[in-house]
Design a protein around this ligand. Structure first.
Ligand SMILES: [Zn+2]
Length: 415
């Protein structure tokens, strides 16, 4: 049985309707202080599934940190079924040093499910796995490209596992990549131990990118809706396809790299996708697409050594024509146009509501306002926060009245 047993999480009492912020011990410093990571548990007033969302397992991949924060700010226990466990910074050591790795240069995402008597990485992995992953019914792990690369916003997971495949589709991005993950990765270890887990791979390391945060935030809420944790409804994605094979295009010569494609572009087999010049501007070589498909990642550093992987192409076969049509019709495979359109729709709707309220006279509107205020007050009183660490802006935001259905409520339900 998954979930919070005996109203206890990491040594804290957390009752239905509570939000708990705990510092979870995962290691110790050389001066013998405990090393802890921040974990927030939002416990819905009603029973339901438990979902974990993790960021910065690779310490410099920080878009996920902002996504977790955004999701936590948006949730109200009264409108939630089940539990959301947000772990914004798993690798706090790498995060502090703006580094992918742990201090011993190990990649934490190769040591799951962990080992209590193993290396530093194994022991940290073990803490997270036992205390967070194994009490969950599903998980989302948030990543970005490695240093020197940029990724299309897409989802990765084991699409041959029916439950994982549904989670991948629920997240809503157009491109879903079938890959169960390297041995020791969180998503693979979790899925293998019956906690179906997907990975959001998007953008660049060491920076906050608003479109990535927006897409990731909405994707997490969509998965929560799919799991029955929220009542909010979302429009069905206009296009989705599963990429089953992909390959990095490598260069054969050293020089200065000038790529003509970016993540999300569709390419045709043998199409020229870049050139290499020497420092005097003399032409050295051309780079061509190996197959037709979608660009999943590109190098962002314009320096090339023989053997450098510079463009990652996800092969598309049967869905290539549909993908082209989708892009032509103002879609884009990076999901950015779609998110912008959603934002515009929300803004238009909010403007319309404001106008309607301003235009109305009589008792209808004044009656609504105190009701909402009263409901918010009741919510605030009922939501016991077990620690005082939650920042004031978040607490303030959480106290605003929220309706379980977003402005997209008029759209079609998710698939
Ligand atoms: Zn990563």
């Amino acid at each position: 049985m998954k979930g919070i047993k005996g109203d206890t999480f990491a040594g804290h009492t957390v009752k239905p309707g509570d939000i708990a912020q705990v510092d979870l011990k995962v290691s110790e410093t050389v001066t013998h202080q405990p090393s802890r990571i921040p974990v927030t548990l939002v416990r819905g007033r009603e029973d339901g599934p438990t979902l974990f969302v993790t960021g910065a397992i690779h310490g410099d991949e920080i878009n996920g940190v902002a996504i977790v924060r955004r999701v936590l700010d948006a949730l109200e226990p009264d409108a939630l079924r089940g539990n959301l466990i947000g772990v914004p910074v798993v690798n706090r050591f790498g995060f502090g040093n703006q580094d992918r790795y742990l201090p011993d240069r190990r990649d934490l995402n190769r040591f799951f499910p962990g080992d209590r008597s193993g290396s530093m990485a194994s022991r940290i992995a073990d803490h997270l796995f036992r205390k967070v992953v194994q009490i969950s019914d599903a998980g989302i792990d948030l990543h970005t490209a490695a240093t020197g690369q940029s990724n299309l916003c897409h989802i990765r997971g084991d699409a041959d596992d029916a439950v994982v495949k549904e989670l991948m589709k629920a997240f809503g991005t157009p491109i879903l990549v079938n890959h169960n993950g390297p041995r020791g990765s969180l998503r693979r270890a979790a899925t293998e131990s019956a906690v179906p887990t997907i990975l959001f791979e998007a953008g660049e390391p060491s920076r906050f990118q608003h479109h990535v945060i927006e897409i990731g935030y909405e994707g997490v809420l969509r998965v929560m809706r799919h799991l029955g944790m929220l009542d909010r409804r979302f429009p069905k994605p206009a296009f989705q396809t599963i990429v089953r094979r992909s390959e990095w295009v490598r260069v054969d010569h050293g020089g200065l790299l000038d790529l003509t494609v970016e993540p999300g572009d569709l390419v045709q087999a043998k199409q020229r996708i870049g050139v290499i010049h020497d420092p005097f501007g003399r032409h050295v070589d051309e780079i061509h697409a190996t197959r037709s498909g979608v660009v999943l990642s590109t190098a962002t550093v314009p320096l090339s050594f023989p053997g450098n992987a510079v463009v990652h192409i996800g092969y598309l076969h049967k869905t290539l024509q549909r993908a082209r049509r989708y892009v032509r019709e103002d879609g884009d495979l990076g999901h950015v146009n779609w998110i912008k359109a959603t934002r515009r729709r929300k803004a238009r709707k909010a403007k319309g509501t404001r106008k309607a309220v301003a235009g109305k006279t009589g008792a209808a509107v004044p009656q609504e306002a105190p009701k909402a205020k009263k409901a918010a007050g009741a919510k605030k009183r009922a939501t016991k926060r077990t620690t005082t660490r939650r920042s004031t802006p978040s607490a303030g935001k959480a106290a605003k009245p929220r309706t379980p259905r977003g402005p997209e409520g008029a759209g079609k339900e998710d698939a």
